[in-house]
Design a protein around this ligand. Structure first.
Ligand code: GDP
Length: 299
């Protein structure tokens, strides 16, 4: 499958090593868990999540009275699924009520591309979609979004570079209401070098949306680049202080051997990963499903 293919690098980084360990180790002892922990940390699962995972694995192996390493794999998969499902991992979906999706994240993580792909996916489901070019700091971001809009057949509300993002969002919300749009997807500025500024700007945009369209359902998606590993976790922590994030879009999983960061984000931040990027194609942004992910990664 495309998912399995997209995870090829991570499969080499984690799965091959885990299989080698489980298949050849023999009787289970403490050293086996040390070796497993090392593999997980190398794959950016993160220290605390790796420790939690191994603790759960030890418990499960005891309960199921498993003594030989060759029998660990199935239990390991169950434990990974358990961890991924801990924070009510509801799949990404837009219901019948009007919805506003705010997309936040630093420049370069794949924010523009993800907005285009989400717009395409929702439109394919029959939703009426509109995009707001709220990153007015970058002319390129506005241009890129307009190209995506044409490509997927979705309108893009925009103003010129340097205009007030809150004014763009205000316009977009009015247009969304007037055109009876199902989903308004809003791009936002992605400069992280001035944290206070960024937070103020996001807060202002959120206020406009809440004031102008209180009845719309709100979703705040944070886009993170999987190839940045633990840095992505740090970015999420910063943004989490500025906004109530409802889900993560984790891009470029196809470009990293450290896809274990999915677990770190889910578990350390308690924010569900909702969409994952496994390639550059328009269909390559997939809804995240813990079961499918674990089966594609560890089989
Ligand atoms: P932005 O600055 O955050 O808006 O980033 P862009 O949307 O312009 O994306 C930056 C680059 O990352 C582009 O070349 C995208 O094609 C690429 N990209 C985005 N998502 C993925 C993904 O899931 N896999 C791969 N391989 N590339 C991606």
């Amino acid at each position: 499958s495309k998912l399995k293919e997209g995870l090829n690098k991570t499969r080499k980084g984690i799965t091959d090593k885990i299989d080698d360990l489980f298949n050849n180790y023999g009787e289970i002892d403490d050293e086996l868990f040390d070796e497993l922990e090392e593999i997980l940390i190398m794959a950016d699962v993160g220290m605390s999540t790796s420790m939690k995972l191994i603790e759960k694995l030890r418990e499960e192996l005891k309960v199921r009275k498993i003594k030989d390493s060759s029998e660990i794999k199935a239990v390991f998969k169950d434990v990974v699924k358990m961890i991924l499902n801990e924070n009510n991992n509801v799949p990404f979906a837009v219901g019948d009520e009007p919805t506003i999706i705010m997309v936040i994240g630093v420049n370069g993580v794949g924010k523009t591309t993800s907005i285009g792909k989400i717009a395409h996916s929702l439109k394919s489901e029959g939703k009426k979609v509109l995009i707001a070019a709220g990153d007015t700091f970058r002319a390129a971001a506005i241009d890129q979004l307009m190209i995506w809009g044409e490509r997927v057949g979705v309108g893009v509300i925009h103003q010129s570079e340097g205009s007030d993002p809150a004014a763009v969002i205000f316009d977009a919300v009015q247009a969304a209401k007037a055109r009876k749009v199902d989903v308004l997807i809003c791009d936002t500025a992605g400069r992280l070098h001035n944290k206070v500024n960024l937070m103020n700007e996001l807060a202002k945009v959120f206020r406009v949306i809440e004031r102008e369209y209180p009845e719309a359902k709100k979703e705040v998606l944070l886009v993170l680049d999987a190839t940045t590993g633990q840095n992505a976790v740090q970015q999420a922590k910063v943004f989490n202080e500025a906004a109530e994030i409802s889900g993560i879009v984790l891009t470029k999983l196809d470009g990293t051997a450290k896809g274990g960061v999915v677990l770190a984000i889910n578990s350390e931040l308690n924010i569900p990963v909702k969409l994952i990027g496994v390639g550059e194609g328009i269909e390559d942004l997939q809804r995240f499903d813990a079961h499918d992910f674990v089966e594609a990664l560890l089989n």
